[in-house]
Design a protein around this ligand. Structure first.
Ligand code: CP
Length: 367
């Protein structure tokens, strides 16, 4: 990981109160100060505590991870997404909320759901978007991530949505760029908007997050979705049991999960929510389990196993799915599955994140 820095960072109002001139190594650019003036409302809601000393002058606001977000901050994002979900049901789905803003989608790893739902969200908010991928960039000619980001910044985008194979890449950008940075998945570290859309889906189906028994099963060692969900669900008061092969369970999970088991039947017992994780062969060094067939026999979610769960269980998967490896098609396409609803909800959640980071408030939206 490059850096484990701040998550949604300093509140603009606090930053305005902090000493600026001569206080530290870098004086905020006029554009940053203008941004701080323009977005006082967000600062009062999605704000980190002020830091003393030179760094207090920084006024960046980013979504780099779920770790560090409070329950009211998560609730604000989910409530704002609920307001935007209504927009998606209208015949005309576009609202002028981000007109004049430019968002760069900077995807250095493949993506179907995250990239397209960010782009739809940006278009529904009337932002101008630029899609930028590894295969068409000068990164292939050896340009560094930081130089690439600085060159993009030179064209004055307002926000950069980044997916990268290296954990901490969004944090690096956040330290060096003036744009709002949104983490769309960094290595095995975090995927905050996935956890937010998962929470939105659970809340829509169950009416709450607190007190639910959530089983998360699969490749626990390499999953950024797992990490973001653990931070979020723990913060919101859910009980999470994690399950996977011993070779794919990192030691620190015991700190975040209510339970850790190698037996899927135990994990799904009376579960309100079952979240399956993809086997990430591209991040594994090999040898974590003998064959896909053996993995399916021991950890695959079948209809028989679903019958052990709560009668109104919901089955989730962030995608892409390995059918017949971590999940049987009969379950993925069955009556308890909310997998495509997760994808639908991703648009509203990403609209909410973009809107709040741009300085919007829930009150303005409701009014
Ligand atoms: N859930 C998810 O991140 O899917 P993509 O890789 O298709 O974006």
């Amino acid at each position: 990981m490059i850096d484990g820095g701040d998550r949604i960072q300093e509140g603009a109002a606090r930053a305005r109160r902090a000493p600026v001139a001569g206080a530290g190594p870098r004086r905020p650019a006029p554009r940053e100060r203008a941004a701080a003036e323009a977005v006082p409302a967000l600062a009062g809601i999605v704000a980190r505590p002020a830091r003393e000393g030179p760094s207090a002058a920084l006024v960046h606001r980013h979504l780099l991870g779920i770790q560090g977000l409070t329950a009211p901050e998560i609730t604000l994002i989910l409530d704002t997404a609920l307001a935007f979900a209504e927009v998606s049901t209208r015949p005309i789905k576009k609202v002028p909320t981000l007109r004049g803003k430019t968002v760069v989608n900077f995807f250095m790893e493949p993506s179907t759901r995250t990239r397209s739902s960010f782009e739809i969200a940006e278009k529904r908010l009337s932002a101008d978007t630029l899609n930028f991928s590894l295969s068409t960039s000068s990164l292939l000619k050896g340009e560094s991530l930081l130089d690439t980001a600085r060159n993009l910044e030179a064209m004055a985008p307002d926000m950069i949505v980044i997916r990268h194979k290296s954990s901490g890449a969004p944090h690096l950008l956040a330290r060096h760029c003036h744009s709002n940075i949104i983490n769309a998945g960094d290595g095995s570290h975090e995927h905050p908007t996935q956890a937010l859309l998962d929470a939105f889906t659970i809340r829509a189906k169950k009416g709450r997050l607190s007190g639910l028994r959530v089983a998360i099963i699969g490749d626990l060692a390499h999953s950024r979705v797992l990490r973001s969900n653990l931070f979020l669900l723990k913060t919101m008061g859910a009980d999470v049991v994690v399950c996977g092969p011993p070779t794919l369970i990192p030691a620190e999970l015991g700190r975040l999960a209510a339970g850790v088991t190698f037996r899927i039947d135990e994990a799904v017992e009376a579960a309100d929510v079952i979240m399956m994780l993809r086997i990430q062969r591209e991040r594994q060094k090999g040898g974590a389990f003998p064959t896909a067939r053996e993995y399916y026999n021991l950890f695959g979610l079948t209809e028989e196993r679903v019958r052990r769960a709560s009668p109104d269980v919901i089955i989730m998967h962030p995608g892409p799915m390995n059918r017949g490896v971590e999940i049987d098609s009969a379950v993925a396409d069955g009556p308890y599955s909310v997998i495509l609803e997760q994808v639908t909800n991703g648009v509203a959640v990403r609209m909410a994140v973009l809107y709040l980071l741009a300085g919007g408030t829930l009150d303005e939206l409701a009014g």
